[in-house]
Design a protein around this ligand. Structure first.
Ligand code: SAM
Ligand code: DTB
Ligand code: SF4
Length: 325
């Protein structure tokens, strides 16, 4: 039977759950939580189809911000060994996007280690968006905070998605990042929405936050009106030299619970099993798909860290009867 791969409007989303309600989901017996997530997932998506996005770092390192998980902050490039790069040339982007398309990715996401783009840089990035669109792929950018008029320029260039994560629950935010507030990120998200683009917004799990903080993050994402079309759930990649290199290990089932809670709270969003897959077993990834994840980053690199080889993902898809979309 053919199942819809796009959200349907037949079943309007109920009132989004608040933090208490999401915490109640987290506390369900594992089998009950996964059953609930599967029910919701199957109502809106084909459970056997997974969207694939490929990432490219178009400007690496030297960032002014102090996000505790990130290898690209200028404050610790000696400790992380990340070399500062210049903005990539258009041809480098074209070659990488074409290779991603040939491997089966349908969206190409370009990330820059900036607090936010300067207007001159934005013009160059807009040319990159055109290159991606000309290849027939969906485009996504993550450039940091946007200034006045910048979201409109990106929308006018045809950008499909802007990625800007809330990263963690509001009450935990200043334990991880001090150089900007979560509120400023909400303002950028509002400007992206007002300009008419789709939003990709999620967070990172495994930074030493409590379950309550994880539930608050999911509730905050679900309360956006409308919720983000794409919700990346990253597992912290504990990068040597960053303040979070020794973050306490997370119970893998707690990560699966977070995916399930995101799926139930945001029934029609694409939930992406994002950073951290390189350290996950195939079995754990399969549980994440059962919990309602239906998108991945695909290709052997994220921004500065590794990701499973495309051939490995293809083999996993074949073993699980999954196909791309
Ligand atoms: N500078 C821009 C910004 O901060 O929005 C764009 C690039 S930034 C690297 C994009 C996202 O990558 C972050 O918001 C964070 O969620 C994720 N990220 C960065 N480092 C990570 C890590 N070590 N583990 C998991 N996710 C990470
Ligand atoms: C997102 O939520 N995760 C991606 C993308 N959006 C930009 C980034 C993951 C970065 C993982 C660490 C690294 O490779 O430096
Ligand atoms: Fe800079 Fe983004 Fe890394 Fe924060 S997450 S240090 S803003 S590149």
């Amino acid at each position: 039977m053919d199942m819809p791969v796009k959200p349907t409007s037949a079943d309007p989303s109920p009132t989004p759950p608040d933090t208490d309600a999401v915490e109640t989901l987290f506390a369900l017996p594992f089998a009950d939580l996964l059953f609930r997530a599967q029910e919701v997932h199957r109502r809106h998506f084909d459970p056997n189809r997974i969207q694939r996005s490929t990432l490219l770092s178009i400007k690496t390192g030297g960032c002014s911000e102090d996000c505790g998980y990130c290898s690209q902050s200028a404050r610790r490039d000696k400790e992380t060994g990340i070399e500062r790069g210049k903005l990539l040339e258009l041809d480098e982007v074209r070659v990488a996007a074409k290779a991603a398309k040939d491997k089966g990715a349908t969206r190409f996401c370009m990330g820059a280690a900036w607090r936010g783009p300067k207007d001159g840089d934005l013009d160059k990035v807009i040319e990159m968006v055109r290159v991606v669109k000309d290849l027939g792929m969906e485009s996504c950018l993550t450039l940091g905070l946007l200034g006045p008029g910048q979201a409109e320029k990106l929308a006018a260039a045809g950008l499909d998605y802007y990625n800007h994560n809330l990263d963690t629950g509001a009450e935990f935010y200043d334990r991880i990042i001090t150089t900007h507030s979560q509120q400023t990120r909400m303002e950028t998200l509002a400007s992206v929405r007002d300009a008419g683009m789709k939003i990709c917004c999620g967070g990172i799990i495994g930074m030493g936050e409590s379950r309550r903080v994880r539930a608050a993050l999911i509730a905050q994402l679900a309360s956006m009106n409308p919720p983000p079309e794409s919700v990346p759930i990253n597992h912290l990649v504990a990068i040597p030299g960053t303040p979070l290199e020794n973050a306490p290990p997370l119970d893998p089932f707690e990560f699966v619970r977070t995916i399930a809670a995101a799926r139930i709270a945001m029934p029609t969003s694409w939930v992406r099993l994002s950073a951290g897959r390189q350290h996950m077993s195939d079995e754990l990834q399969a549980l994440c798909f059962l919990a309602g994840a239906n998108s991945i980053f695909y290709g052997d690199k994220l921004l500065t860290s590794g990701n499973p080889e495309a051939a490995h993902d293809e083999a996993l898809f074949a073993r699980l009867g999954l196909t791309g979309c």
